[in-house]
Design a protein around this ligand. Structure first.
Ligand SMILES: Nc1ncnc2c1ncn2[C@@H]1O[C@H](COP(=O)(O)OP(=O)(O)O)[C@@H](O)[C@H]1O
Ligand code: SF4
Ligand SMILES: [Mg+2]
Length: 322
């Protein structure tokens, strides 16, 4: 794998048909992420943790990313934002508005046209009052705080003085203060009441309806389905399916066995967990990564990675998808 951080701009078309026409804001293609590991003496190797992530987000849509813990959701967000640890090596392509998202472009766009709601509150600067680090525009900060029922006095607090739920609301509020074209929200709702989580989702929906592209990473697929347009399903560092959110209305409308397993795990659909576990990085099976758990497994599955095909308006990586 090469260390090329971001490839040349290809693939995305920026529409010239006017503001109402959806345009491709984010395109992630064949993203791989590996980490250097240092052993005894000078020895080191690389552990590949993401092997093939693919995703697009257009203006005006919410794309939810679903998948169990460790499937690569946060690393995708960090790769887009250019904040992976120093020992991370990436390859593949990340385009923003049709052009490669280079470190120089990211520097200009991060915090303005590209907003991030991190999964952890540790991303806040511990030495700076929260209001100041969200925006120098106090009025904008207070308007965002009001929306999330945060008292204006919270702006004067330091991060360690916030309760968990309050900190999450601060993070969500911070992403919507500017004028973003893309919002990447990594698990924005844990710790919020159902009412406030719905309110946050509704806010993302309003922003999408106003033309913002929203990448919504979530554990709570049930909550996200009420607001998302499309869902990208991850498994062990790969995108296995991208489906219109409506396809989650019925199990048989989903194309990949893992998406169907996630569907079955939703409380309203019986809360049935799938036996087995996601394979660990460095110990991936040959061929399809889902094969050890797959009820549909056939002769071809164990030999090579399944091709990605488009079926009924969704993309799926499975040898036997229908
Ligand atoms: N800094 C790191 N060094 C090594 N492995 C990492 C690092 N960060 C994440 N990983 C591994 O990458 C995989 C994906 O992580 P992550 O994107 O955080 O998953 P999630 O889908 O839960 O957000 C996991 O197996 C995790 O252990
Ligand atoms: S490629 Fe084979 S093992 Fe993998 S999900 Fe499809 S049917 Fe199952
Ligand atoms: Mg995560």
């Amino acid at each position: 794998m090469s260390d090329v951080n971001i490839g040349p701009a290809v693939g995305a078309e920026v529409s010239s048909e006017g503001p109402g026409t959806p345009i491709e804001v984010l395109r992630v293609e064949g993203l791989e992420v590996a980490f250097s590991r240092y052993g005894k003496g000078w020895s080191r190797d690389r552990l590949k943790v993401i092997s093939n992530l693919n995703l697009t987000v257009r203006s005006g849509e919410i794309v939810a990313v679903a998948g169990s813990s460790g499937s690569g959701k946060s690393l995708l967000a960090h790769a887009v934002l250019g904040i992976l640890p120093r020992n991370a090596h990436t390859s593949g392509r990340i385009n923003f508005m049709g052009k490669a998202l280079t470190p120089a472009r990211l520097k200009k766009l991060r915090g303005t046209r590209i907003a991030f709601v991190p999964q952890s509150v540790e991303y806040l600067d511990p030495l700076m009052r929260v209001g100041r680090q969200i925006s120098p525009d106090r009025q904008a900060v207070l308007a965002a705080f009001e929306r999330y029922r945060l008292d204006p006095s919270v702006a004067e607090l330091y991060p360690h003085q916030l309760s968990g739920g309050m900190a999450r609301r601060v993070l969500v509020a911070s992403a919507v203060v500017g004028d973003p074209q893309l919002i990447v929200a990594d698990e924005p709702t844990p710790g919020m009441s159902k009412e406030l989580a719905d309110k946050a989702m509704k806010h993302f929906r309003d922003l999408a309806d106003a033309g913002v592209a929203v990448l919504l990473i979530t554990h709570d697929i049930d909550l996200a389905l009420g607001y998302a347009d499309r869902v990208a399903v991850f498994y062990a560092g790969t995108t296995v399916e991208t489906a219109p959110a409506d396809d989650f209305d019925a199990r048989e409308r989903l194309r990949h066995p893992w998406s169907q397993a996630l569907w079955q795990a939703i409380p309203a659909n019986g809360f049935q967990p799938t036996p087995g576990h996601q394979p660990y990085a460095g110990r991936l099976p040959q061929g399809c990564l889902y094969a050890p758990r797959c009820p549909r497994k056939g002769h071809d599955c164990g030999h090579h990675a399944p091709p990605t095909v488009t079926i009924r308006g969704g993309e799926v990586s499975c040898c036997y998808a229908s």
